[in-house]
Design a binder for this molecule. Structure first.
Ligand SMILES: [Mg+2]
Length: 513
C-alpha cells in the first residue's frame, strides 16, 4: 500500500514528524472496540431509564465521513459540493424521491451546528446509537428528550463519559490482544525517521497511563533488543486536547516521574521527554521549527489535519485505514466498471442521436431549417425506436450502476465517492491532508527521504486518454526493508478512454456477453 499525495511533499525538508496515538500509531480492531463502546453506551442509557435493551450494534451501518442531520434526525452522505446523495431517517433509508424532496434546497455546511461530521472510526458506535434512538424518539418513547439535537447531545455526553471515566480504556489495557491490531513494520518506520535526523513527537489526547500501556504493547516487541519506545520520541505530549492544542494557548505541565505528578511549566517546554497539555506554539519554539517543516500524522479529519493545517500550516497526513478495503473493492469491481463505462458510452451516443432526430422533427414541424422536407411520421417512428432502445439500455445499466454504489459498504458505498462524484470526506481530505495513507508503516516503504509528488490533477477540459503521471516516479528510492513493493495505484480512468482496462496494470477488464 502506498502513500497518496494531494500536495507535493518533500520528506527531506521535514524536520519533525508528530504523531497521534489512537488509530494512528495504535490501530484497534474497529468492530471489537466500537461494539464495546456501544455496549457501554447502551448500559449507561438503560441506567437513565431509556428503552434500549433490545438495541444491537451493527458495524456495517455507519462509515466515517457520514454526516448527522440534527434537525431532521437523519444520517446523510454528501458529495463534495454538500449535496445529499443518500440519506436515512433513523434506521430507514429514504427513497430517492423523498430524499430529493427533503434536501432539494439544503446543502450540507459543516460550519452550521445542524450537521455533525463523523470524523473518526470512534464515531461509528455513537452514530448508530443515534440513528436507532431517532426511531425510538419518533415512537414518543423517550420522554423528556426535546428533539433530535437534544437526543444527540445526550448520547454524545454518555459516550464521552464512558471514554472519560476510563472504563473502556481499562478494558483495552487489560486485554490488548483482543482490541489492538499489531503492525510489525510501524516501529521500524519511525526508527528510520529518527535515524534520518527527524525529531519525532507523540501528541495525543489520551492520558499517560493509557498511552504508556498501548505504546509498550504495540512498539517494544518490534524495536531492536533493549530499545524502549520512548527513545523514539523527542517529545511526548499527553492529554493534549486537540484540536485546541493547535489553536489555543493551553497550560503546560511537566510530568514528574515515576509518580506521574503534574508540575506547572509556565516557561514552556524546556527539555525532551514527557509533557501534559500545552500547545503547538510551544512545540514549535522548542524545536526551532515551524509551519512547513513539521509533518503531523493523524486519523481525525478535523482534530488532527484540518485544524493543524488551517491554523499552523503544518504539513499533514491523514491515516485512513479503510482505504485498504476500499482499494480491494475497487480492484474487484474492475470488470463491472468496464462494462458500465462501455454501456454509458453507448447511452451517451444514443442520447445524442435522439437529440438530433428530435431537432430534425422540430424543424420539419415548424417548417424551417433547410429546403429538404423530411417525413414527419418517419421521423416520429425513428424517435420512438431510439427511445425504446434507450429505455432497454437503461434497464441493463441500472443494476450495474446500483452495484457500484454498494462497493465496500452495501449501505453507503465507497468512503471517498458519492454518486459519481467525490464525497464530502474526499473534499476535506483534498483540502486539509497533504498526503494520506492507510497506515503509518507505509512510510517504511517510501523511506524518510522520499519526494512525494502530487499528480497534475485533472479538470473537465483536460484531454482524456493519456495515463496520469505516476505519483511516485523514479526518484522515490526503493524500500529499506524487505516486503512487497507498494502497488502503483492510479486514479480511475475517465470514461471514453478507449477499451476498458487500457492503461491499467494487470489483466484488462473482461467484457461479458
Ligand atoms: Mg486518533
Amino acid at each position: 500500500m502506498t502513500i497518496f499525495c494531494n500536495r507535493t511533499l518533500n520528506l527531506r525538508a521535514i524536520g519533525a514528524v508528530g504523531y497521534d496515538l489512537d488509530y494512528t500509531l495504535v490501530h484497534y480492531r474497529v468492530e471489537s472496540w466500537e461494539r464495546r463502546a456501544y455496549e457501554h453506551l447502551r448500559t449507561a442509557l438503560a441506567g437513565s431509564g431509556w428503552p434500549v435493551e433490545a438495541l444491537e450494534f451493527d458495524p456495517r451501518r455507519m462509515i466515517r465521513g457520514l454526516v448527522l442531520d440534527l434537525e431532521l434526525g437523519n444520517v446523510v452522505k454528501a458529495d463534495r459540493f454538500g449535496y445529499v446523495k443518500r440519506a436515512c431517517h433513523g434506521t430507514r433509508f429514504l427513497e430517492f424521491e423523498e430524499q430529493r424532496r427533503v434536501y432539494a434546497r439544503t446543502l450540507v455546511d459543516l460550519s452550521e451546528p445542524r450537521w455533525v461530521f463523523l470524523n473518526t472510526l470512534f464515531s461509528l458506535s455513537e452514530a448508530w446509537m443515534f440513528a436507532q434512538l431517532v426511531d425510538v424518539l419518533d415512537r414518543r418513547a423517550l420522554p423528556g428528550v426535546l428533539g433530535y439535537a437534544d437526543l444527540y447531545r445526550r448520547v454524545k455526553a454518555e459516550l464521552d463519559e464512558a471514554h472519560m471515566a476510563g472504563r473502556l480504556k481499562a478494558e483495552i489495557v487489560a486485554d490488548p490482544d483482543r482490541f489492538v491490531e499489531l503492525d510489525p513494520d510501524l516501529p521500524p518506520a519511525l526508527l528510520d525517521q529518527r535515524e534520518a535526523g527527524k525529531k519525532l513527537l507523540l501528541v495525543t489526547n489520551s492520558d499517560w497511563p493509557y498511552t504508556a500501556a498501548m505504546m509498550e504493547y504495540a512498539f517494544d516487541r518490534f524495536l531492536p533488543r533493549g530499545m524502549h519506545w520512548r527513545e523514539l520520541f523527542e517529545l511526548i505530549l499527553v492529554a493534549a486536547r486537540k484540536p485546541d492544542f493547535f489553536a489555543r494557548d493551553l497550560p503546560l505541565f511537566e510530568v514528574v516521574e515515576p509518580e506521574g505528578l503534574l508540575r506547572p511549566a509556565p516557561g514552556g517546554i524546556a527539555r525532551p521527554g514527557l509533557w501534559h497539555g500545552g500547545h503547538a506554539a510551544q512545540v514549535e519554539r522548542y524545536l526551532g521549527l515551524s509551519g512547513e517543516q513539521i509533518l503531523y500524522v493523524g486519523d481525525h479529519v478535523w482534530g488532527d489535519v484540518t485544524v493543524s493545517k488551517s491554523v499552523l500550516r503544518w504539513r499533514t497526513c491523514l491515516v485512513l485505514r479503510e482505504l485498504e478495503g476500499e482499494l480491494a473493492a475497487i480492484e474487484g469491481a474492475r470488470e463491472l466498471e468496464g462494462r458500465l463505462s462501455a454501456m454509458m458510452r453507448e447511452k451517451e451516443r444514443r442520447e445524442r442521436e435522439i437529440s438530433r432526430v428530435r431537432l430534425r422533427l422540430q424543424r420539419c414541424k415548424r417548417g424551417y431549417g433547410g429546403p429538404e422536407r423530411e417525413s414527419i411520421p418517419e421521423l416520429e417512428r425513428e424517435l420512438g425506436r431510439l427511445r425504446a432502445e434507450l429505455t432497454a439500455l437503461d434497464e441493463r445499466i441500472a443494476p450495474l450502476a446500483q452495484a457500484t454504489t454498494e462497493l465496500s459498504n452495501p449501505h453507503w458505498g465507497l468512503l471517498l465517492r458519492a454518486g459519481n462524484d467525490k464525497s464530502h470526506l474526499a473534499r476535506q481530505l483534498e483540502r486539509s491532508a497533504d498526503i494520506y495513507t492507510s497506515r503509518v508503516s507505509n512510510f517504511l516503504h517510501h523511506t524518510p527521504f522520499a519526494y512525494l509528488r502530487a499528480s497534475r490533477g485533472s479538470l473537465p477540459h483536460d484531454p482524456v486518454g493519456g495515463p496520469p503521471p505516476d505519483p511516485f516516479p523514479a526518484d522515490a528510492p526503493g524500500t529499506t526493508a524487505p516486503g512487497p513493493a507498494p502497488p502503483a495505484v492510479r486514479p480511475r480512468s475517465t470514461a471514453g478512454t478507449g477499451s476498458p482496462g487500457r492503461g491499467r496494470r494487470g489483466s484488462p477488464a473482461r467484457e461479458r456477453g
